[in-house]
Design a protein around this ligand. Structure first.
Ligand code: PBG
Ligand code: ZN
Length: 323
């Protein structure tokens, strides 16, 4: 039935009508707030390209986690900036490094919040790659053991979920096995399944000090031109035991979020990455866009695309706006 019997504008006439028929809601319930843990005391280093984001020592991470919890955000995602780097990323599986200490401290000070840890080596290797290097190549299979060790050390510190972001083949299985063999069968794996080799990670690498010292990550992260491949990557992670699968970045990959959601029905996380955040912040600081409106519109778009969970540096602002 067409016009004039049908008038689409009838249900748009006022805010209560719009509320009644709204199909998707962006909720604080689905947000994860990333934090960057470093060593020392009282450290809170700002990052030029990411206004509002800091490298923080464990005492400040704990204070931040309390604030995040009070805002009703259910989870934080921890990254680490270690004291030392070497060829094999030893600090990634050092029980006394920043992430492990931050996990223990947060779980003790605010046990209610979920602590997710990013599992990767790039912040910990001298060359800045996500795996072991030999003759300029990132070796897949020998890296798996180190990733499993890292995940295990996070679980032992008390991490509620682990999130491997390295894109080595077989790492979800290796981590699942290592956790299951040591009494951590209840710790879920949130896998960065469709993780693209993206220019949008630039600001993150400044915060995490994880820029590769040679080459790039195209030999292990996905080609931005590929969609079908994302479904294969995700299926493999599910078969290896992933509990939650992730698409990353989010903004340029909304189609992938939708396809992954439709294909598997598992909880899907979308990572609203650093470059997406920095672009919005820069435009907002110039007065060119309405930050709140743009952030809510973009993240509602991610939900509409099929994201159940959104990892975002805007999480605290959203919680305050919706407060
Ligand atoms: C590490 C990792 C990266 C991000 C999350 N984990 C960067 C990369 O792969 O270089 C990016 C997050 C962001 O840009 O916000 N493997
Ligand atoms: Zn990495």
């Amino acid at each position: 039935m067409g016009f004039p019997i049908t008038r689409m504008r009838r249900l748009r006439g006022n805010e209560n009508l719009r509320r009644l028929v709204r199909e998707n809601q962006l909720s604080v319930d689905n947000l994860v707030y990333p934090l960057f843990a470093t060593n020392g005391q009282g450290v809170k280093n700002p990052v030029g390209s990411m206004p509002g984001v800091f490298q923080m020592s464990v005492d400040n991470i704990v204070a931040e986690a309390k604030e995040v919890q009070n805002l009703g955000i259910p989870a934080i995602l921890l990254f680490g900036i270690p004291d030392y780097k070497d060829e094999v990323g030893s600090a990634a599986y050092d029980d006394n490094e920043a992430v492990q200490r931050a996990v223990r401290a947060v779980k003790e000070a605010c046990p209610g919040i979920l602590v997710i840890t990013d599992v990767c080596l790039c912040e910990y290797t001298s060359h800045g790659h996500c795996g072991i290097i030999k003759d300029g190549n990132v070796l897949n299979d020998p890296t798996l053991e180190l990733l499993a060790k890292t995940a295990l050390s996070h679980a032992q510190a008390g991490a509620d979920l682990v999130a491997p972001s390295d894109m080595m083949d077989g790492r979800v299985g290796a981590i699942r096995q290592a956790l299951d063999a040591t009494g951590f069968s209840g710790v879920p794996v949130m896998a960065y399944s469709a993780k693209y080799a993206s220019g949008y990670y630039g600001p993150f690498r400044e915060v995490a000090e994880s820029t590769p010292q040679f080459g790039d990550r195209r030999g292990y992260q996905m080609d931005p031109a590929n969609g079908n491949e994302a479904l294969r990557e995700t299926l493999l992670d599910i078969e290896e035991g992933a509990d939650i699968v992730m698409v990353k970045p989010a903004l340029a990959y909304m189609d992938i979020i939708r396809r992954v959601k439709d294909a598997f029905g598992l909880p899907v996380a979308a990572y609203n990455v650093s470059g997406e955040y920095s672009m919005v912040k820069a435009a907002a600081q110039n007065g060119w866009i309405d930050e709140q409106r743009i952030v809510l519109e973009t993240l509602t778009g991610m939900k509409r695309a099929g994201a159940d969970i959104i990892i975002t540096y805007h999480a605290k602002d959203i919680a305050k706006w919706q407060g």
